[in-house]
Design a protein around this ligand. Structure first.
Ligand code: MG
Length: 256
């Protein structure tokens, strides 16, 4: 009987924090027509289907210009070690020129979707230290602060964002909830977890642990229906997906 009461209490606690997940389009809605990963078109398409957020990746060039691109290189040109003269000629698969962060944020200004900015881990973490104030200034110059979420795999960038902004900062490298709590003690930003699905599959209690501590739980990159269903049933806060329309449909089905 006592055991039953314990499980009931646990279940109640879990349902208290369980969220209706919000959809984040991974690298924008890049599977939409005419789109490409991290293109401005992908951002616009994510917004057009009402995605809560649109994720994109940021690199700093050798001459201190911020670019939106997933890979370290574009057409063999390594962004970190190249100058804008070479990078600016590169095109995405949909024909767009590689977007600068300025151009991306300018496009975002006219939209409503949240901007989920991932700063990629740079070979020299000192470059991340240069990039972060530049990013925050580009955002502030456009009055976009309230639309931002920052994510990163870099522990250095995670701690630096955490100290420099009051916007949500989510760590992509899956560490235990206690470690995020320790980082939060020194942070200005509300910290959260944006972990690979496998980390939460292995440690499903982390979802409630984070949520009970008031931290957002984001999961990447969830595309398969059975995985989406698992995330929906576990009440995560955000699902980052290459299938934003399917995800939205499944969430709304679950609400019925
Ligand atoms: Mg990314």
């Amino acid at each position: 009987m006592r055991k039953l009461a314990f499980f009931l209490a646990l279940a109640t606690a879990a349902s208290m924090f369980a969220a209706v997940p919000r959809v984040v389009a991974h690298r924008g809605y890049h599977r939409a027509e005419g789109s490409a990963q991290n293109s401005i078109r992908a951002l616009v398409k994510a917004d057009s289907i009402g995605a809560y957020g649109s994720e994109f990746d940021v690199w700093l060039s050798a001459d201190n210009k911020l670019y939106v691109n997933h890979n370290r290189d574009i057409n063999g040109i390594v962004i970190e070690t190249s100058t804008s003269e070479a990078i600016d000629t590169c095109r995405l698969s949909n024909g767009e020129l590689i977007p600068t962060l300025d151009a991306y944020l300018d496009a975002g200004k006219n939209l409503r979707t949240m901007l989920v900015l991932e700063l990629k881990p740079h070979a020299d973490t000192a470059r991340e230290d240069v990039a972060i104030p530049m990013i925050l200034k580009a955002v502030a110059d456009r009055g976009l602060e309230d639309r931002m979420i920052y994510i990163t795999f870099s522990r250095n960038a995670f701690d630096k964002f955490a100290a420099a902004t009051t916007r949500p900062v989510q760590f992509l490298t899956s560490i235990a909830p206690e470690e995020i709590a320790a980082a939060a003690a020194k942070a200005k930003a509300p910290l959260g977890a944006d972990y690979n699905l496998s980390a939460f599959r292995k440690n499903p209690q982390w979802i409630t642990d984070f949520q009970a501590a008031g931290r957002d739980v984001n999961v990447w990159t969830v595309d398969k229906p059975e995985d989406l269903q698992w995330c929906i049933e576990h009440g995560v806060d955000f699902i980052t997906t290459n299938e934003p329309e399917l995800t939205a449909k499944m969430i709304s089905e679950h609400q019925k």
